[in-house]
Design a protein around this ligand. Structure first.
Ligand code: M6R
Length: 608
C-alpha cells in the first residue's frame, strides 16, 4: 500500500528520491517523507497529503546527501499526519516500511519500559528503536537477523544507519521489494516503476530475505543469516511507462491503450492456425483437464472472474466457483481433487489473494494453481504453478481499466483453449471466436475515437446521489464493475444488480433522480433485459442504455443510448468495458474529483 525507496549514489539523491516517490504515488498518497544522511546527521522532511506538498517543502528547503530513503503512505496505524509519516527515526537508525507489524503493541510496551520514547501512533516506529537496541548489543548483521526474527506481520523495509553512510539496508516479508543498480548508484524500492530511468538491472527480493547494498555490490541473506546468491536481471519497465502520454489522466490513457493491449494478448497467446499456447502454464497443456475450477480475486479482478464463470461453465460443463479472496481464505472451503485454482490480480501483491494461493498450495499441493497477473515479477506470479501474463503494461490509475479488459480477454482465450482440449468446440467456432476478438480491437478504437455520447450521458449524473447498473449473464458482473468504477472515482453511491433481481428490492430506489445504466447487448438474454428496462422505465428512472443493436436503442425511449459494435459471446463484454469505464471517468471529471488518486484508495492492497 505504501511505496518505499532508498538510494545510495555517487551524487546527491534528493531529486531521485522524489522522482521515485512520484512514480510510486499511486501506491498511497496520504502523506510522504524523505530522510537523508549527510555529515553524520539525519536531515528529514515530511508532509501530510499529496507528494506535491513535500515537493514544495523541499523546493524551499532542499536536503542534501548521497544516501537517503523516502516513503509515500497509505495509512493503516495512525492518521495521515506529519508525525505519523515515514521515515521513522531513532537516534541512529532511519527507516521506511510498507506492511503491518502485527506485534507492534507488545514491542512498543517492551521498548518503552526500556526507555525508548515513541512519538507516532504507527506500528512502524518500533522498528528503528528495536534495531537500535540490537545494534548496541551485537554485530550489525546479527542485530538485523535478530530484529527480523522478532517481527510478526508483513514488511518491506529500507533503512540507513547514521554511522554507516555507505550502506543501504533492506528486508522483506510479505510486501514487495526489489533492488536495482546502475553505474552511479544502488537503490531499493517497492516496485520496478520507481526505478524506471534510474537503473539498468534489478534483483527481486524474496520473502524472509534481507541484506545491504553498497556502491560495491549487494549482500543478500536468508532469515538464518545464510548468504543468498541471485542473478541481476534487466529492468522490465521504461521511464515513459510512468508518463501520461498527453492525456490529462492516467486512467484515460489506460482506457485508450486497450485496443493495443488486446492485440498484444492475441499476438502472444494465439499462434498461426489458431492454436492457443500458454507457455508459462505448461500444466494446462500437459495434464488432464480439471473437474472443477475455483477462481478467487478481489475488486475488479473478482468481477472479471465472475464473467468468466459463465463462459467456462457453458463450454466445459464443469462447476466453477468464484469467490472474493478475503472471504474464501476464512471460510474453510472444500477444495477436493482435480481442482484448478485460478487467482487473478493486476498487481500480484494483493494480500488476500496471495494468501488464498498459499493456503491452496499448502492444503492441496496435488492441485495446480494458475495466476492471471499483470506483473510477472510479483509474488502471485512467482508462487503460482503457472502464469498467464495480462500484458496490459504498467497500470497507474488507481481504478483498474486495461488490466480488467486484459483479464477478460485472457479468460476468453483460456475458455476457448480448454473447450478445444475438451473436444467440445469445433475448429470452425473456435476460429470464429478468435476472429471476433481480433475485430473487437478495431471496434474499441472506433468507440474511443468519438466519446461525445458518453460525455452527454455523464450529464445525467450532475444532480444525483447514486446510480444503479443492471445486466444479465456475463454482463451482470459488468454491471458490478461499472458501479464499482463509478463509486471509486466519482464518490457517488452505485450498485450493480442482476437485472432479474432488481424487482426483489432495489426497484424501491427508483425515481426520476436515479440514473439506471442498463447493459443490453444482443448476446445475453436481450428480451429479458428489455422487460426489466420497462419495469424501471415505468417508475420514471433516467435510463442510460448500452446496446449493440440500433433497434434496441430506438425502441427503448432511454435518456441516453450508448452504442457499441456488435460482438459475439466472448468479445461483447470487452466492448462494453469502454462505455462503462468512460462513463465513470466523465462523471468524475464533471464532479471534479481526483480521478487517478481517488480518496482513501491505493492501487495495490498489500495488507489484509
Ligand atoms: O491488483 P489486484 O487486481 O489484485 O487488485 C484488486 C483490487 O484491489 C482492485 O481491483 C480494486 O478493486 C481497484 N481499485 C479497482 O479499480
Amino acid at each position: 500500500m505504501c511505496g518505499i525507496i532508498g538510494a545510495l549514489c555517487d551524487h546527491d539523491v534528493q531529486d531521485e528520491l522524489l522522482g521515485s516517490l512520484r512514480r510510486m504515488e499511486y501506491r498511497g498518497y496520504d502523506s510522504a517523507g524523505v530522510c537523508m544522511l549527510n555529515g553524520g546527521s539525519f536531515q528529514q522532511a515530511k508532509a501530510p497529503g499529496k507528494l506535491s506538498n513535500l515537493e514544495r517543502k523541499l523546493a524551499d528547503r532542499p536536503l542534501s546527501g548521497r544516501i537517503g530513503i523516502g516513503h509515500t503512505r497509505w495509512a493503516t496505524h495512525g492518521e495521515p499526519t506529519i508525525i505519523n509519516a515515514h521515515p521513522h527515526i531513532s537516534s541512529s537508525v532511519a527507516l521506511v516500511h510498507n506492511g503491518i507489524i502485527e506485534n507492534h503493541h507488545e514491542l512498543r510496551t517492551r521498548l518503552s519500559a526500556q526507555g525508548c520514547t515513541f512519538v507516532s501512533q504507527t506500528d512502524t516506529e518500533v522498528l528503528p528503536h528495536l534495531l537500535e537496541q540490537k545494534i548496541r548489543q551485537q554485530e550489525l548483521l546479527d542485530a538485523w537477523r535478530e530484529m527480523l526474527a522478532e517481527l510478526e506481520g508483513a514488511y518491506a523495509i529500507a533503512a540507513i544507519i547514521r554511522s554507516l553512510p555507505g550502506s543501504l539496508w533492506f528486508a522483506r516479508k510479505g510486501s514487495p521489494l526489489l533492488v536495482g543498480r546502475s553505474a552511479h548508484g544502488v537503490y531499493v524500492a517497492s516496485d520496478a516503476l520507481a526505478l524506471a530511468g534510474l537503473v539498468d538491472e534489478v534483483m527481486y527480493i524474496d520473502d524472509h530475505e534481507w541484506g545491504r547494498l553498497t556502491l560495491e555490490g549487494i549482500e543478500l541473506y536468508d532469515l538464518s543469516g545464510k548468504p543468498v546468491d541471485r542473478e541481476w536481471e534487466p529492468l522490465p519497465v521504461a521511464a515513459h511507462d510512468a508518463e501520461k502520454g498527453g492525456f490529462p489522466h492516467y486512467m484515460l490513457k489506460e482506457i485508450h491503450e486497450q485496443p493495443a493491449v488486446l492485440r498484444r494478448i492475441l499476438r502472444q497467446y494465439v499462434r498461426e492456425g489458431g492454436e492457443i499456447m500458454f507457455e508459462h502454464a505448461s500444466f494446462l497443456h500437459e495434464k488432464p483437464l480439471p473437474k472443477r475450477i475455483v477462481m478467487v480475486a478481489c475488486g475488479t479482478s473478482y468481477h472479471a472472474a465472475l464473467t468468466a464463470r459463465y463462459w467456462l461453465e457453458r463450454y466445459l460443463k464443469v462447476p466453477v466457483e468464484v469467490d472474493i479472496a478475503s472471504e474464501y481464505r476464512y471460510r474453510d472451503p472444500v477444495i477436493g481433487q482435480s481442482t484448478l485454482l485460478v487467482v487473478l490480480s493486476q498487481s500480484g501483491e494483493t494480500a488476500d489473494t496471495l494468501e488464498v494461493l498459499r493456503m491452496f498450495k499448502q492444503h492441496t499441493p496435488e492441485n495446480d494453481a494458475l495466476a492471471l497477473c499483470n506483473v510477472p515479477s510479483s509474488s502471485l506470479a512467482r508462487e503460482a504453478d503457472g502464469l498467464i501474463e495480462l500484458l496490459a503494461g504498467p497500470e497507474i490509475g488507481v481504478a483498474s481499466t486495461k488490466a480488467y479488459m486484459a483479464q477478460l480477454a485472457v479468460l476468453a482465450l483460456l475458455t476457448l483453449f480448454m473447450a478445444r482440449r475438451a473436444g467440445v468446440m469445433p475448429e470452425g467456432s473456435l476460429s470464429e471466436h478468435l476472429a471476433g476478438l481480433e475485430r473487437a480491437a478495431a471496434a474499441m478504437e472506433g468507440l474511443l475515437a468519438d466519446t461525445s455520447a458518453v460525455r452527454r450521458a455523464a450529464e445525467q449524473f450532475a444532480d444525483v446521489r447514486g446510480a444503479l447498473y443492471l445486466g444479465r449473464g456475463p454482463c451482470y458482473p459488468m454491471a458490478l464493475e461499472g458501479a464499482l468504477k463509478l463509486k471509486e472515482i466519482s464518490y457517488l453511491h452505485a450498485e450493480g444488480y442482476a437485472a432479474g433481481e432488481m424487482k426483489h428490492g432495489p426497484i424501491a430506489l427508483i425515481d426520476g433522480q436515479l440514473p439506471v445504466v442498463v447493459i443490453a447487448p444482443r448476446q445475453y438474454h436481450l428480451e429479458k433485459v428489455i422487460s426489466n428496462l420497462h419495469e424501471v422505465q415505468a417508475r420514471g428512472a433516467r435510463i442510460i442504455l448500452i446496446v449493440d443493436m440500433p433497434e434496441t436503442g430506438r425502441s427503448a425511449n432511454a435518456a441516453c443510448v450508448l452504442r457499441v459494435p456488435e460482438g459475439d459471446y466472448f468479445s461483447t463484454p470487452l466492448l462494453v468495458c469502454i462505455p462503462l469505464q468512460l462513463l465513470a471517468y466523465e462523471v468524475a471529471c464533471m464532479l471534479g474529483t481526483d480521478v487517478d488518486q481517488p480518496r482513501n484508495l491505493a492501487k495495490s492492497v498489500t495488507v489484509e
